[in-house]
Design a binder for this molecule. Structure first.
Ligand SMILES: *Cc1c(COP(=O)(O)O)cnc(C)c1O
Length: 488
């Protein structure tokens, strides 16, 4: 004890409710790559395209990584959604798919898994997360109502707006600051929530929506204390709480690592307690469940269950498959249990942290602390010589591909789009490049390769030229926009 890490983090934690802290929680603690809790049985060959091929591919794609062919990519860090590697146990389960229209045994396995791991009594399966959002939110939101949430997520926002609602942000201010190292940057700010209730009245609030390990904030967790207090707070106003539990297992890991009293608690017990503070949840299985497709909603509330179960047959499929094949439900049933194992989660979160650590050691500016699923580069600090309308994050993402065939994603002004009233570009505070790590897919050597490429670019950052947008689609422009390189 008493080394510089201890002193640094003791100071950082003054005033917070965590008394016992874990040095490994922080990306800049001197760390070694985490050992994988699995061995490799099947491999998929990949190759690094030549320098010439990369140069041509990124120009053909208009400097937009969404327009690259997967074949031209060596390490694909575009997203962690649906990109996980399944286990031998999951693949074996797929052979046991019971493709009955009604009453498939895989549905009952999934129901049992959700009851055991998350503690919800009722389950409605859907084809993926947004199918569950559609059923849950169209059922609970009336026109003109507000849905307070800790930040936002793209599909969630749309499914609140379609029935006439509006999503409003009640996350703590720290979440919007890339340098702030608060261990629970996903927490709800009760003052912000109270203000909406005071200004609009509790009957104008459809429900309170809480996302686990907030994606748009960098994969940042919510604390158990925050959830417990939120339940008490909402009980006073008879407000329902619905979780976006998509990344709840990774959130549970952070609670165990960082919150006093949970140091030795099994992850499944942490998950059960978390969910006990909600009325129900929506869940995209494509992340923490270690599968390529699937989703569901789950609830303790019989009324929500009956209303959504009667709608699932209209939009998704019968209530015992909801748009998934029997084999897919079996893979989710097994993946939900595997994804809640402590040894797996420890490796998972530490692999992401290892990449962050390598970058921080070299002085590369990233969002701190690293989250559960991704490392975010701060493009404004990385390429300070570029003006905002030379698109620093887009530029950096394209440059990383050209350097090493690693595919990343812009999360900044291009993603944010234009103001719908003035038509002007919006330049958000965060201008980031996201390096999202698929689960169990890449080795620690792949992380080192990626870090080397980013560090290499950082060392010659002044000679990276900016971009000019030459094609801009009307909606969600980040998917299809095209760019050309400006002279330096
Ligand atoms: C992916 C995701 C969704 C939507 O789920 P899909 O399976 O992609 O439809 C909803 N919320 C969060 C937080 C997500 O990450």
């Amino acid at each position: 004890m008493g080394n510089r890490w201890d002193v640094k983090y003791k100071n950082l934690f003054q005033g917070l409710y965590i008394s016992s802290f874990n040095k490994e929680s922080f990306s800049d603690y001197k760390m070694k790559p985490p050992a994988e809790p699995f061995k490799i049985k099947v491999i998929e060959p990949v190759r690094v395209p030549s320098e010439q091929e990369r140069k041509e591919a990124i120009r053909k794609a208009g400097f937009n990584t969404f327009l690259l062919l997967s074949d031209d990519v060596y390490i694909d860090l575009l997203t962690d959604s649906g990109t996980a590697a399944m286990s031998d146990n999951q693949w074996a389960g797929m052979m046991l798919g019971d493709e009955a229209y009604a009453g498939s045994k895989n549905f009952y396995n999934l129901e049992k898994s959700v009851q055991d791991v998350l503690g919800y009594k009722y389950l409605v399966p859907t084809h993926q997360g947004r199918g569950a959002e559609h059923l849950m939110y169209s059922n609970l939101v009336k026109p003109g109502q507000l849905v307070p949430r800790n930040m936002y997520f793209t599909t969630s926002k749309v499914h609140v707006e379609l029935p006439g609602g509006k999503m409003v942000d009640v996350i703590i201010d720290e979440a919007h600051d890339p340098e702030n190292t608060n261990p629970f940057k996903g927490n709800v700010d009760f003052n912000k929530l109270q203000k909406y209730i005071d200004d609009y009245g509790a009957d104008k609030i459809a429900f309170v929506n809480v996302e686990m390990n907030v994606n748009m904030a960098g994969g940042q967790p919510v604390s158990m204390e925050n959830l417990r207090k939120l339940r008490e707070f909402c009980n006073n106003y008879k407000l329902k709480i619905i979780f976006d539990a998509t990344r709840s297992s990774e959130n549970a890991y952070f609670i165990r690592e960082r919150e006093k009293g949970y140091e030795n608690t099994p992850i499944v017990d942490i998950l059960n307690e978390m969910m006990s503070y909600s009325d129900g949840c929506i869940y995209s299985s494509k992340k923490d469940c270690l599968v390529n497709i699937g989703g569901f909603l789950a609830t303790h509330d019989k009324e929500i269950f009956e209303a959504t179960r009667s709608m699932v047959v209209v939009y998704e499929g019968l209530h015992t498959y909801g748009g998934m094949a029997g084999r897919d439900m079996e893979a989710v049933a097994r993946g939900l249990r595997e994804g809640a194992q402590y040894e797996y989660l420890k490796y998972r979160v530490n692999q992401v942290r290892y990449l962050g650590y390598l970058l921080m050691e070299a002085g590369v500016p990233i969002v701190k602390p690293t989250g559960g699923h991704a490392v975010f580069l701060n493009a404004l600090k990385f390429l300070p010589h570029l003006a905002r309308d030379q698109w620093p994050a887009q530029t950096l993402s394209a440059a990383i591909y050209e350097d090493s065939a690693v595919r990343t994603m812009e999360r900044g002004a291009i993603s944010k789009g234009r103001d719908s009233e003035t038509g002007e570009n919006i330049f958000p505070k965060l201008e980031l490049v996201r390096l999202t790590i698929p689960r169990r897919v890449y080795t620690n050597t792949h992380m080192e390769y990626t870090a080397n490429s980013v560090i290499n670019l950082y060392e010659k950052r002044e000679i990276i030229p900016g971009l000019k947008m030459v094609y801009e689609p009307k909606y969600l422009r980040f998917f299809q926009a095209k760019f050309e390189q400006l002279p330096l």
